[in-house]
Design a protein. Structure first.
Length: 249
């Protein structure tokens, strides 16, 4: 059973999508702090107290972020994530996952990252750590910048060429915005468009969007359906990159 969310948290800015977060932790104090902290940052947390409940809710509901304690009755973070990633029918099979633990020993962090977690959060934590985790979700599970000038200059050779190519990318993204719904129903056409876009992103240093392109390409290559959550992450990275590419006055 999910803890009932409180309603006295801060409201996010107008036009900002509210991130849904599943908080799974068997410690009541940790669960309360994480939920209240996320709510104060404008997220919509839903809390549960064991691994079985977390897995059930993640299978039936779409969450942008899974905040999973490493040790819980009914299964810890790694067991839950493994079950979700191997079940393409699970509603949150592609959600960004962050492992939480009161004890993170030598090598634990790398093992958890290798298991598919986007970050490892050591408890007790503070609101800045939660803010960083939410930023990770908004970047689609990676900490890549929207525009990496250094990478673009290495690819293009000089600033003039970089800016010219970024102008072409801006036109491409503006066109693609109106085609996403159609492409979502055409896996072959979507894969072809992503192939071209990946090259453009590489030349222009559009790192965050490139990460989302690669994630969708991998999904399509494995024959998996174009699920709403990965497409939503791609759309958000596309719009953020398009905004970053707008010429300054």
């Amino acid at each position: 059973m999910l803890d009932a969310p409180a309603t006295d948290g801060k409201t996010p800015r107008s036009g900002t999508r509210i991130l849904r977060v599943l908080v799974a932790d068997d410690d009541p104090a940790s669960r309360r702090f994480l939920a209240d902290g996320l709510r104060s940052l404008g997220a919509d947390p839903h809390a549960c107290a064991d691994g079985a409940a977390a897995l059930a809710h993640a299978r039936s509901d779409v969450f942008d972020l899974l905040l999973l304690d490493c040790r819980m009755p009914g299964g810890g973070a790694r067991q839950i994530l493994e079950a979700l990633r191997s079940d393409p029918t699970a509603a949150s099979s592609d959600s960004v996952a962050v492992a939480t633990s009161a004890e993170v020993g030598p090598g634990d962090r790398q093992q958890l990252l290798a298991a598919g977690f986007g970050e490892v959060l050591q408890k007790p934590c503070d609101l800045r750590s939660l803010q960083r985790v939410l930023a990770l979700v908004q970047a689609g599970g990676c900490e890549a910048p929207l525009l990496d000038d250094d990478a673009a200059l290495v690819s293009t050779g000089d600033a003039r060429t970089m800016h010219a190519l970024r102008g072409l990318l801006r036109e491409e993204l503006a066109s693609l915005c109106g085609e996403l719904d159609r492409l979502g129903a055409d896996p072959g056409g979507f894969a072809e468009r992503l192939h071209r876009l990946r090259s453009s992103c590489g030349f222009c240093g559009a790192a965050a969007l490139s990460a989302q392109v690669i994630a969708l390409q991998q999904r399509l290559a494995q024959g998996q359906p174009v699920a709403p959550l990965p497409v939503q992450r791609f759309r958000e990275a596309l719009l953020a990159t398009l905004d970053a590419l707008e010429p300054s006055d």
